[in-house]
Design a protein around this ligand. Structure first.
Ligand SMILES: C[S@@+](CC[C@H](N)C(=O)[O-])C[C@H]1O[C@@H](n2cnc3c(N)ncnc32)[C@H](O)[C@@H]1O
Length: 246
């Protein structure tokens, strides 16, 4: 069984209490609280500015009032988005991650952080945000949840607004292996290893591109761009989707 949301939340709370920056960016050499805070947020700024350049090249008339960062963690991307939007909301299911995010906030009340442990975004009204943004988050929840969140990204997006999100689309077999364990088995293995080491676990899930596109279309979104060049580690193919809400 994949983790239920309450379990995902418990594990991310534990990551937040032990090694929060590495849990967000698992860069080799940075485990054990070795990220320098300035360097960590600078990476977020670079990545977010690059994503915004892609979005604005396709959708130059995008409104700049309100943005949502779904699965904001410690606010790495939320803070960067505040350089482009009047107001940014970061939402996360881990209250402990949000404690870090609030401590790192440099934009006063132009940024707010909201806790949401529900399997949807019912806490936000329809049509609220000019941009809904999410990276490195949907890949950690089972497809039954990611489908629902993607549909809700489009619901909470304003008409004429954009949704930009990343999700892993399929596991990739490493060249030296003749088979790849099914996701359920691989995640059970991750959880067992973490349990034996008294550490939290990070499950990985994927949603095939055709499924994502079907969810987007049935929620009323128009796909503007799909970029499959975003590997998530060596083990997964990962896609970035840019969607416009008519
Ligand atoms: C790898 S971190 C990425 C943080 C941020 N997006 C970034 O790139 O800096 C994943 C974050 O997603 C959050 N998360 C996982 N499942 C979530 C859910 N169902 N709803 C909201 N946040 C979730 C975790 O608590 C964690 O803070």
């Amino acid at each position: 069984m994949p983790m239920r949301l309450w379990q995902v939340r418990r594990h991310w709370d534990l990551f937040a209490r032990t090694d929060p920056l590495w849990a967000v960016l698992t860069t080799p050499g940075k485990e054990g609280n070795r990220w320098a805070v300035g360097e960590f947020f600078a990476v977020g700024q670079q990545e977010t500015d690059a994503a915004l350049a892609v979005i604005l090249a396709r959708l130059p008339d995008l409104g700049r009032r309100r943005a949502l960062d779904f699965g904001c963690g410690v606010g790495r991307v939320t803070q960067a988005l505040a350089g482009h939007f009047d107001h940014v909301t970061g939402v996360d299911l881990s209250a402990a991650m949000l404690d870090h995010a609030r401590r790192h906030n440099r934009h006063g009340d132009r940024v707010d952080y909201r806790h949401n442990s529900a399997a949807d975004l019912a806490c936000f009204a329809t049509g609220t945000f000019d941009l809904v943004f999410s990276v490195l988050t949907l890949q950690h929840v089972a497809p039954e949840y990611s489908r629902r969140y993607i549909a809700d990204f489009i619901r909470v997006c304003a008409s004429g607004g954009a949704v930009y999100f990343q999700i892993t689309s399929r596991p990739v077999r490493p060249p030296h292996r003749s088979w790849y364990p099914p996701t359920l088995l691989k995640n059970a293995w991750r959880r067992l290893n973490a349990y034996l080491a008294f550490r939290p676990a990070m499950e990985m899930h994927s949603l095939p591109r055709a499924d994502v596109e079907a969810v987007v279309r049935s929620a009323g979104g128009e796909i503007v761009l799909v970029d499959d060049g975003h590997g998530s580690g060596q083990d997964f193919e990962s896609c970035v989707y840019l969607v416009r809400k008519p």
